[in-house]
Design a protein around this ligand. Sequence first.
Ligand SMILES: [Zn+2]
Ligand SMILES: [Zn+2]
Length: 153
Amino acid sequence: MTDFACPCLSGRHYQHCCQPLHDGLPAQNAESLMRSRYCAFALGKTDYLLETLAPAMRQSDDREQLQQTIEQTQWLGLQVLESSFDGNDEATVEFVAWYQDTPLGQLHERSRFCKIEQRWYYLDGVMLKPIKPERNSLCFCGSGQKFKRCHGR
Ligand SMILES: [Zn+2]
Ligand SMILES: [Zn+2]
């Protein structure tokens, strides 16, 4: 079953969105890689998360750390706020990833990505202050409801 809505909330089915990347196709840009990594967190694809981490940043306990995060976090939605690309081999993507918690959890991060031999990798990220969602705008989870009537309740 791969014809479900992609967890990265692109509006496309998984098989036409993040699946080809999870199967080994290089991401076209840093934002697609970022989306596919969020999606890998949501689907528990630890190997993909390890493979797309910049080789220089890898640590011996990465797998355990990732597995713990995957087990403990229920992701609710992704919002990409800004992407920038230096035209060469570095890019940043600012995003908010929402997760189940009380109160509502969010990871607001600006991530750095690097391109090595035509492939994008996640380098590192800085955590930013939480954002305050507009109560009358559409909820980040893709339900089509206003935030105040959905996860903002
Ligand atoms: Zn996707
Ligand atoms: Zn919602």
